[in-house]
Design a protein around this ligand. Structure first.
Ligand code: C2G
Length: 131
């Protein structure tokens, strides 16, 4: 069985999030998703997500294309997570293109960057609601 892994915050879940998860699942038989912790998000973006970790993990975990979710505590732990879940393919959106190629030095994994869904983002949704 081919296990795929992907990572993200998935805050204010939207169509772009759904599409990356659907496309990731097409590349494997089991999809495991690392949801970034509130603390990791704060350190990456300088702000807390709108939805907390438990809410984000519950939403993503409820999707039929997602088989398992776990908490991503650090961007540097990718190789450990890949080994832990026995994943043979790491899938990310192409806003991360090249950024996680280093994991190939630590484990036997293929790294695939899929094109982002255009014109949709959590930030744009928040701005739209605000205005
Ligand atoms: N995404 C997409 N199209 C969009 C928006 C997002 O394909 N319009 C993808 C991103 O490329 C990413 C995933 O959806 O692969 C999750 O996006 P974010 O929640 O923004 O995740 P991010 O904060 O980039 O966290 O270890 C990596 C990080 O945890 C990724």
């Amino acid at each position: 069985m081919k296990i795929g892994i992907t990572f993200g915050t998935f805050d204010v879940f939207h169509f772009g999030h759904l599409r990356i998860l659907e496309r990731s699942r097409e590349l494997c038989d089991k999809l495991v998703v690392g949801i970034s912790s509130d603390e990791l998000n704060f350190s990456k973006k300088g702000k807390l997500p709108v939805y907390n970790f438990e809410e984000r993990a519950r939403i993503v975990g409820a999707l039929k294309v997602v088989d398992e979710v776990f908490k991503e505590e650090s961007l540097e732990l990718k190789a450990e997570y890949i080994k832990k879940f026995n994943a043979s393919v790491l899938i990310m959106g192409d806003d991360w293109a090249g950024k996680f190629d280093w994991v190939k030095e630590h484990c036997d994994v293929e790294v695939i960057y899929l094109p982002r869904t255009p014109s949709v983002s959590t930030t744009a949704i928040i701005e739209k609601i605000r205005s």
